[in-house]
Design a binder for this molecule. Structure first.
Ligand SMILES: Cc1cc2nc3c(=O)[nH]c(=O)nc-3n(C[C@H](O)[C@H](O)[C@H](O)COP(=O)(O)OP(=O)(O)OC[C@H]3O[C@@H](n4cnc5c(N)ncnc54)[C@H](O)[C@@H]3O)c2cc1C
Ligand code: FES
Length: 266
């Protein structure tokens, strides 16, 4: 489907917020789902790239999708140079969504870097539930203060936002998993749901921590993808099946959201 860029703004160094206007028929995404994006007509790179939905708004005659992205390579560099009015091919929404539960007292979001994008969309869904009974708490980590992105929006949506930086330039000095480890015993499986997105080493460490306290946790994985629709197996990861045996699942089709305890972390 074709969408038109209405904004593509640099937020902090190497991070942009892209707003795209799409036809009404664009399927409403759920938090955790992703879209495949590429510039219309561009042949290099040939394949689109996956991005989480950061915000979504349905208007009378169109929808607006916002994507928060970090420049890491070819496609994201190209995207960062595109101006208002440029056409993008956007396909989706793809993949599994986070399971949203109202049967909880605390929702805990653990975000590493650009992993904040899908979790902000999730926070906005909990905000929209407006039950008043659920506290949304966010732990947000970055390498340094200058790399923190999306904090203000999270502060609007959450009852508490706790920040960590690897270099100690803001908030807790250390990783976001170490910051969360200080509080982990204050949450239990009867009243807390954990959601996480970030770099693999962060999620692996979180998995090790949570295996000792049996807290439920859904993670969104940001593996490299090719086709994005389940055809090439390029995004396969090793997981446990129901009997505890190893099995491969595709992040684009079976995920990107998984139970953290189902993944065999390497
Ligand atoms: C479900 C999903 C949701 C995502 N959501 C977002 C989002 O909201 N915002 C955002 O900024 N990014 C997101 N990503 C990651 C994004 O897709 C990649 O950053 C992007 O594909 C890089 O494309 P590129 O052409 O710029 O980089 P390339 O030129 O293809 O690669 C440049 C470098 O980055 C590495 N790289 C590329 N993709 C990944 C990846 N997925 N994981 C780790 N390393 C990678 C490559 O190995 C290479 O070293 C998401 C990924 C997935 C699977
Ligand atoms: S990217 Fe092709 S199967 Fe997932």
């Amino acid at each position: 489907m074709l969408g038109k860029i209405i904004r593509n703004t640099k937020i902090i160094d190497g991070h942009f917020l892209l707003a795209v206007k799409l036809p009404q028929s664009f399927q409403t995404p759920m938090p955790g789902q992703f879209v495949m994006v590429r510039e219309k007509g561009r042949l290099d790179p040939l394949l689109g790239r996956p991005f989480s939905v950061y915000t979504f708004a349905r208007m009378e005659n169109a929808v607006i999708v916002e994507i928060l992205y970090k420049v890491v390579g070819k496609e994201t560099s190209i995207l960062s140079m595109l101006k208002r009015g440029v056409l993008l091919e956007i396909y989706g929404s793809y993949g599994s969504a986070f399971n949203i539960t109202t049967n909880t007292k605390k929702v805990v979001l653990i975000c590493g870097g650009i992993g904040i994008a899908p979790l902000t969309f999730l926070a906005s869904h909990y905000w929209g539930l407006a039950t008043g009974d659920i506290d949304v708490i966010c732990y947000l980590g970055a390498t340094g203060a200058a790399k923190l992105v999306g904090v203000a929006r999270m502060e609007e949506l959450c009852q508490g936002v706790f920040i960590s930086t690897d270099d100690g330039s803001m908030g807790y000095h250390g990783t976001v998993t170490d910051l969360f480890a200080r509080d982990v015993t204050s949450y239990d499986s009867s009243n807390a749901s954990i959601y996480a997105c970030g770099p693999r080493p962060m999620l692996k460490k979180l998995s090790e921590m949570l295996s000792m306290c049996a807290l439920p946790c859904q993670v969104s994985l940001e593996e490299r993808m090719a086709c994005g629709v389940g055809a090439c197996l390029g995004c396969s990861i090793e997981t446990y099946d129901r009997e505890g045996k190893s099995t491969y699942r595709r992040v684009c089709k079976d995920g990107p959201v998984f139970d953290i305890h189902d993944i065999i972390w390497k």
